[in-house]
Design a protein around this ligand. Sequence first.
Ligand code: AMP
Length: 146
Amino acid sequence: MSDYQHILVAVDFSEHGNHVALKAKALAHFYQAKLSLVHVVDTASLVSLNYELELPYTSLDDLLIDTSKKKLNELNHDLQLESEQKWVKMGSSHNEIIKAANENSVDLIVIGSHAHHGLRILLGSTANAILHRAKCDVLAVRLNHD
Ligand code: AMP
């Protein structure tokens, strides 16, 4: 098995996110690899939200990006992830996660097997798209739902 040097964990702030992040942390320790975090403010999921909130798009974008940065910092602190980088991206979640991996020499992406929330069910699976399109290895952490 190859030694991983840079592991990227995709964080969606769902109820199972900590479990996925802790798996990535354990792998990073095992391989003595760098660990980075990425969250994507998924613009496809925001379309209906924008109608409800009646905020200018830029204000909503800024709010979501700021909130996401804070939540990533909290996760990093609470789970003592000691992550090298914390990225908040905007756009399509699978595209942005794969792009972040490609641009930063990531050799393993860690994701949850599914999140099953909101519009994502209708729009298709982020996990599936990453598994099929990433250039590096992908670990899908099995998430059991009651
Ligand atoms: P899904 O296929 O959308 O149910 O999500 C599967 C996994 O993809 C999640 O457990 C996360 O690891 C990752 N993921 C999904 N959406 C996002 C997002 N917006 N930002 C970062 N990671 C995400």
